[in-house]
Design a protein around this ligand. Structure first.
Ligand code: PEP
Length: 250
């Protein structure tokens, strides 16, 4: 399976900076057959800009969240239908920053994944343990619980999600899971997926957590690491392109 390298810009960006970043990405990709599929998940106000700059390029785009509600009196929320208006292919759901700082529960994350799938948007479902959970030996239990909620909600559509294993202690900290640590959890998740879908191998399981141009190759070489969800390094075109180039050929 071709790897998927997805950028998560988080709450970063500005019109001029976005344009410079995306133009550098496009220039860097011209004349090369990209080694991986690519996407950028951007703040909602920039979706129109990103759509206009990336249409017709190999880089897809998406949002960083989607409302679990269809429409109506939910001030500040952005609906899946609105994301569709800007041709989003992806929406991140359950990023640990939303779970931590916005109180998102497994059930809410599952409802968001279900809403996205219903609109033809691929949810990038994030799971991952905190440092305290890892140190208590609870890593597998935590990620399995987070994934189980989504499987329960989306049922036969499970093979259509993208899953991202993002150990919370590795996000934005410069501490990366070792390829072996990440592979171990990815294999656990793949096994869990196999009970829910006949084709667990079709689900991209991305690794996220301080992936960068230097450590990407060894992570992406693992059999169950199907790509990366890239925070900080997705804000620099050169770093992002080097991660894409580090993807093994299929
Ligand atoms: C992320 O935000 O999903 C992420 C993995 O961030 P970083 O690459 O900066 O650790």
């Amino acid at each position: 399976m071709k790897k998927l390298i997805a950028g998560n810009w988080k709450m970063n960006g500005a019109l001029a900076a976005n344009e410079a970043l995306l133009r550098s990405l496009i220039t860097g990709l011209s004349g090369v057959a990209p080694a991986a599929d690519m996407a950028v998940c951007v703040p909602a106000p920039y979706l129109a800009q990103v759509q206009s700059l990336l249409s017709g390029t190999p880089v897809a785009w998406g949002a960083q969240d989607v409302s679990a509600h269809e429409q109506g009196a939910y001030t500040g929320e952005v609906s899946g239908a609105m994301l569709k208006d800007f041709a989003c292919r992806y929406a991140i759901v359950g990023h640990s920053e939303r779970r931590q700082f916005h109180g998102e529960t497994d059930a809410l994350v599952a409802a968001k994944a279900q809403r996205a799938l219903g609109l033809g948007i691929t949810p990038i479902v994030c799971v991952g343990e905190t440092l305290a959970e890892r140190e208590a030996g609870d890593t597998e239990q935590v990620v399995k619980r987070q994934l189980a909620a989504v499987i329960h909600a989306v049922a036969h559509c499970t093979s259509e999600i993208v899953l991202a294993y993002e150990p919370v202690w590795a996000i934005g900290t410069g501490k990366t899971a070792t390829p072996e640590q990440a592979q171990h959890v990815h294999a656990v998740l793949r096994k869990q997926l196999s009970a829910a879908t006949q084709h667990p191998e079709r689900v991209h399981i991305l690794y996220g957590g301080s992936m960068n141009a230097t450590n990407a190759a060894s992570l992406l070489a693992q059999p169950d690491i199907d790509g990366g969800l890239i925070g900080g390094a997705s804000l620099k075109a050169d770093d992002f392109l080097r991660i894409v180039a580090a993807s093994p050929a299929v």
